[in-house]
Unconditional design. Sequence first.
Length: 296
Amino acid sequence: MIKQKNEVISIVGASGFLGKSLFNYLTATIGNYYEIIGTFFSSNNPNTLYQLDITNFEEVEKYLLTYKPDYLILAAGTKNVQLCEEDYDYAYNINTRPVKIFIQILEKHQLPTKLLFFSTDYVFDGKKGFYKDTDTPNPQTNYGKTKYLSEKLLLRSKIEFKIIRTAAVMGKYGRFFDWLVDGIKNSEDRAVFNNIFFSPTPIELLNEMTLKLLLDYEKIESKIIHIVGEKKLSRYEFALLLSNIIEGKKVKIIPETIDFSKTIFQKDLSLVQSGFVKVNQLKSFEEYIKTEVIND
Ligand SMILES: NC(=O)c1ccc[n+]([C@@H]2O[C@H](COP(=O)([O-])OP(=O)(O)OC[C@H]3O[C@@H](n4cnc5c(N)ncnc54)[C@H](OP(=O)(O)O)[C@@H]3O)[C@@H](O)[C@H]2O)c1
């Protein structure tokens, strides 16, 4: 099933929420066949990772020329929508400039590295929902704008790449997920918006599909792939689903309505899964979420 290769897979941002989970998953599943390496920036816990500042051209160049990864998964960046909104330069510096740097270096040295970039549902305007991977983005926030700029840089580049758009990744250490699970387990009521819709994505599904994408890279023609859960839910509906899974706990999930004129939250950023995910997904959304709750 697995190719017998000694290729190098580098996860840049392997100390983050997505990157750490993917690093552990790839090491456990294909670690005997591929060399899995990862980087961190400021968190000092993972002593098996290399330190790398993705905003520093020289550092990135040295890293790429030293390790010459066959695949590079760019999971570093910021998802702090509020901070990005307050400071466009901060958002650009961490979400766009590094992609420019990676492209420049890969092109300069003609490295054959295949780059997988984690993008976001925020590239869309959030007005209608159910966005397909062929729909044209229209970001409304600095976060979405700087991630979309990176997508456009990749699409115009000469390097090998895929863009993975994912959304509201759910699993242990996810802020919203942990806040809900802790509330439910400790019988603390939770007020959750019932007029914000999204495509929550179990982290296990994201890991499985990213692995599949790596293994089948050559066979997949699409440049943009939506790896998200198959359900469009309101945040309130997601909280109810979680509380039903965590049985025996009496907790009130209170529906709340948000006033969109006073927030940067967008009404409906739900995405339609790409065909690649539809055919490869191993179990249902509810089953994945059950696993995340058990792992919590
Ligand atoms: N989480 C989601 O639901 C979600 C949904 C859609 C898309 N995404 C995208 O996925 C990416 C990762 O998200 P996440 O949730 O894993 O975020 P996260 O937990 O905040 O992790 C961010 C990662 O980026 C690294 N980093 C920050 N500044 C850096 C720098 N200057 N140089 C090198 N590395 C740097 C961090 O390293 P240190 O911790 O060591 O400083 C960390 O490993 C983001 O780009 C986001 O746009 C996430």
